[in-house]
Design a binder for this molecule. Structure first.
Ligand code: AP5
Ligand code: ZN
Length: 214
């Protein structure tokens, strides 16, 4: 079973992905995490992506779609694929359909995590991340044991560059203009389920599991 996690910035896609990969023994493909790792390691891909990301704009489709193919080709046959942050517009969604078909595979479920804007702003402003692993915390809702330090690796937690207010505003605009149309795109295919993302992470996870028949 292959799944897309859809939702506005800060909806909790990464948080739920972390739980789902354990539950389903799935492989997570998070385009945002891949770009951030490339930026940290100053790779050619990171150098091309950084300007777009820091402004809160989408990285061009050619770069993004290619990196998803590379990631898909590395997934062992039969493993569940969990896409977080991809697709983000109709071009990417159509490319994904085609790419999956070529690999004799398909998307089975799209989980749309719904969260209103005021909650998004509070979540994003309190988020802290480990850039190496993608592990996400929140200063109030999911704090680390020691302030500013990742429980798992002892590395420093930071605030994402695109979590500054100007970039957040742009990300929300981009979501409304380009990504939210995917709700109808997948609803028309009959594979969309919408989840109330305002509950606690565990409650949201329970709703997701139920929607997957678990
Ligand atoms: P990406 O990294 O995908 O960012 P995003 O979509 O904006 O989503 P976020 O990571 O901000 O939020 P999330 O939904 O994962 O929430 P999280 O679990 O962290 O993309 C970043 C950038 O990369 C894009 O702007 C673009 O430039 C580029 N990019 C990526 N993919 C691309 C693509 N396909 N095409 C082109 N460009 C692309 O949770 C947020 C906070 O809330 C955390 O602190 C968390 O602890 C807390 N929290 C989570 N759930 C709950 C809850 N239920 N209750 C309370 N707190 C909660
Ligand atoms: Zn995320």
């Amino acid at each position: 079973m292959n799944i897309i996690l859809l939702g506005p910035p800060g909806a909790g896609k990464g948080t739920q992905a972390e739980k789902l990969i354990k539950e389903l023994d799935a492989v997570q493909i998070s385009t945002g995490d891949i770009f951030r790792t490339n930026i940290k390691n100053n790779t050619p891909l990171g150098q091309k992506a950084v300007g777009f990301m820091n402004k809160g704009q989408l990285v061009p489709d050619e770069l993004t779609i290619d990196l998803v193919w590379d990631a898909l080709d590395k997934v062992e046959d039969g493993k569940t694929i969990l896409l977080d942050g991809f697709p983000r517009n109709i071009t990417q969604a159509e490319a994904l359909d085609e790419g999956m078909q070529k690999r004799d595979n398909k998307i089975d479920k799209v989980i749309n995590i719904e969260v209103p804007e005021d909650v998004i702003i509070e979540r994003i402003s309190g988020r802290r991340v480990n850039i190496s692993t993608g592990k996400v915390y929140h200063i109030k809702y999911n704090p680390p044991k020691v302030e500013g330090i990742d429980d798992e690796t002892g590395e420093k937690l930071i605030q994402r560059e695109d979590d500054r207010p100007e970039a957040v505003k742009e990300r929300l605009d981009v979501y409304k203009k380009h990504t939210s149309v995917l709700i109808d795109y997948y609803n028309d295919k009959g594979i969309l389920v919408t989840i109330d993302g305002t509950k606690t992470p565990d409650e949201v996870f329970e709703q997701i599991k139920k929607s997957l028949g678990k």
